[in-house]
Design a protein around this ligand. Structure first.
Ligand code: GDP
Ligand code: IMO
Ligand code: MG
Length: 437
């Protein structure tokens, strides 16, 4: 490989977990580099379904080192629960490593996330309410508590007290729920439980890369939820773009060889914010039902829409994508015609037409998709194993995506299972992965 980044090229839930699981066979180390348990990554294999929120999606392969990188915000209650859940299902989690420098989500971050959304009222962001934003805010304010702090009672208590101090007014309604001593003891217990997994995450990546071993960098969320480049303020509080893989894992850009963007064959979004190709009609509902578009983390129905090539081109640029994996192509079977957005126009200003993603929030919020219509296909493609088996219209669809993004489609998903993928003829050239040869 050696250094391959997997990122979401839309608004999250593109199928990153499935692709990471598939590629992990060829890697020694899999590292999650940002986000927290706002993520929900699904793997379907051997008739079983797995949902990961914090643990990297390579854990199902015994012997792989799976690192929760320094860029992740970790809720240790969720992590210990996830470890227990895997152990109960017979999964060997001895390869799990937790970066000592990763920041912790504290109980007060959850309270603040809830309170922040309540305060915004109808303008709410629709966060997952997992405390992600407040935890990253504390990290930036240098008031964060890190994984390593759970190993020392004195330091832990002092840091929690310091972090609580400036939040007094905001936390006053929850005064009864905040007990410094109890919180310190709870987190010491997590520290004790997780101690065997705590490590220098970056050093694990360096060692593998020095030895020419494959390292997979697993992103969460997607480019359009990026705090810098996404649809701010309707974004998450980290950078899900490829550049953050370096920061959140502790390697330099020269260690990255391939950058794969994962995109669905259509678009979904959970939470509020602009979505230029959103469908509010029967077609949108059909996509939701056929695609099972309900959140992995919160169970919320996902908003649905046609593929947005303006946003996808933008994601290709933001990430320097070297390859695209198009998932859920099977969900589009049965439509007579399929629409694809190739530019935006203003819903208010008739003169506004753009094929580039608008940087101005007011423009974006009124942008709606302009479409080209492609031929649909009726066949069930979920058992197809090669490009040749796909209906011509499905192949044309993929060619259209490549033409409009300039990025080769190397992998196509035709179902949730690990085996329900098709390597395209472009893969051999676009990636060095053994599976593509
Ligand atoms: P992630 O957050 O990017 O890992 O994606 P999620 O796991 O939240 O959502 C993707 C959903 O689509 C999961 O339920 C997957 O099992 C499913 N999935 C992934 N790839 C495919 C595919 O090619 N076809 C179908 N039908 N489902 C898929
Ligand atoms: P994966 O990794 C889809 C969305 C939330 C909300 C916004 C901010 O499974 O693709 P946050 O809790 O992060 O402060 O919420 O981001 N969001 C996701 N949407 N997939 C995800 O992760 C998401 N993680 C956060 O719905 O709109
Ligand atoms: Mg998800």
């Amino acid at each position: 490989m050696p250094g391959t980044v997997i990122v979401g090229a839309q608004w999250g839930d593109e199928g990153k977990g499935k692709i990471v699981d598939l590629l992990a066979e060829h890697a020694d180390v899999v590292i999650r580099f940002q986000g927290g348990n706002n993520a929900g990554h699904t793997i379907v294999h051997g008739g079983e379904t797995w949902k990961f929120h914090l643990i990297p999606s390579g854990i199902l392969y015994p012997g792989k080192t799976c690192v929760i990188g320094n860029g992740v915000v970790v809720d240790p209650k969720v992590l210990t629960g996830e470890i227990d859940g895997l152990r109960n299902r017979g999964v060997d989690v001895s390869g799990l490593k937790l970066s000592a420098n990763a920041h912790l989500i504290m109980p007060y971050h959850l309270l603040l996330d809830h309170a922040g959304e309540a305060r915004l009222g109808k303008n709410l962001i629709g966060t997952t309410k997992r405390g992600i934003g407040p935890a990253y805010a504390d990290k930036a304010a240098r008031l964060g508590i890190r994984v390593q702090d759970m190993l020392d009672e004195r330091i832990l208590k002092k840091k929690i007290a310091a972090a609580l101090e400036p939040k007094r007014a905001m936390l006053r309604p929850f005064a009864k729920e905040i007990d410094l001593q109890a919180m310190t003891e709870e987190y010491l217990t997590y520290g004790h439980r997780l101690e065997q997994h705590i490590a220098d995450g970056a050093a694990l990546a360096w060692r593998a890369l020095e030895n020419g071993r494959g390292v997979l960098f697993e992103g969460a969320q997607g480019a359009m939820l990026d705090i810098d480049h996404g649809t701010y303020p309707f974004v998450t509080s980290s950078n899900p773009v490829a550049g953050a893989a370096c920061v959140g894992a502790g390697v330099g850009p020269k260690d990255i060889d391939e950058i794969w963007g994962i995109t669905k064959a259509y678009v979904t979004r959970v939470g509020a914010g602009p979505f230029p190709t959103e469908l509010h009609d029967e077609t949108g509902e059909q996509i939701r039902q056929r695609g099972g578009e309900f959140g992995t983390t919160t169970g919320r129905p996902r908003r649905t829409g046609w593929l947005d090539l303006v946003a996808l081109r933008y994601a290709a640029k933001l990430n320097s994508l070297t390859a695209l994996a198009v998932t859920k192509l099977d969900v589009l079977s049965g439509f007579d015609r399929i629409k694809v957005c190739t530019s935006y126009r203003g819903s208010k200003d008739d003169d506004y037409v753009a094929s580039d993603f608008p940087y101005h929030q007011s423009v974006l919020h009124h942008a709606v998709g302009e479409y080209e219509e492609l031929e649909g296909w009726q066949e069930d493609i979920s058992a197809c194993q090669s490009e040749a088996e796909l209906p011509q219209a499905a192949r044309d669809y993929l060619a259209f995506v490549e033409e409009h993004t300039g990025v080769p489609v190397v992998l196509v998903g035709v179902g949730p299972g690990r085996d329900q993928v098709i390597w395209t003829s472009r893969a051999a050239e676009a990636t060095t992965l053994p599976a593509a040869a």
